[in-house]
Ligand binder design. Structure first.
Ligand code: FE
Ligand code: FE
Length: 182
């Protein structure tokens, strides 16, 4: 990792971290959506989120350009860890309902990580006098918060409820059908 000597170094370092994280999301969420299947509302939310993530990456490209840095990634161990946990949920879920509730919780953990990072980036950009960059990062921060809210609504309305009762025969039937299509 590059040496860190001031707030600007921290800012660039964190930009590279979130750049990596967004790219990782772009790779992993479609796989999760596929595992959930076509009838899943969570899968639909994930698909929609991919377009948003592409826009967020484009915004990060602009931020790098604004501060005269080449867009670069730096491994985000936190995002790698969260993705690994979601993989464990996919592997071990015994029915569709429980997988959906588990992946939804993991998606929220991802969102909260992003909200935390973009929040810091906005503050640092302002302090460093990068007004335009701060505005772009703020736009993404707002989107991340909106997505988190959407996931909240999904979890409260139905997904957690279904997982609560998933141990009955219906849950098992759903799983058998899903297994066949994997
Ligand atoms: Fe994002
Ligand atoms: Fe990170």
């Amino acid at each position: 990792m590059a040496k860190l000597t001031d707030l600007n170094d921290l800012f660039v370092n964190l930009l590279r971290d979130i750049y990596y994280a967004e790219k990782k999301i772009l790779k992993v969420f479609p796989k999760q959506a596929k595992a959930l299947g076509k009838n899943s509302r969570l899968a639909a939310a994930f698909e929609k989120h991919m377009k948003e993530t592409e826009e967020q990456l484009a915004r990060l490209d602009k931020v790098f350009a604004l501060i005269n840095e080449k867009p670069k990634s730096k491994t985000c161990e936190a995002m790698d860890g969260l993705v690994k946990e979601a993989g464990e949920v996919m592997q071990n879920s015994q029915n569709q309902a429980v997988m959906e509730a588990g992946l939804l919780a993991d998606a929220q953990a991802v969102k909260h990580y992003e909200i935390s990072r973009y929040g810091t980036l906005v503050e640092w950009a302002k302090m460093l006098g990068y007004g335009k960059a701060a505005k772009l990062l703020q736009d993404t921060l707002k989107e991340e918060k909106k997505t988190d809210e959407l996931l909240n609504v999904l979890s409260m309305r139905e997904i957690n409820e279904r997982a609560l009762h998933a141990r009955d025969s219906e849950g098992k039937k759903m799983m058998t059908r899903r297994r066949a299509s994997w």
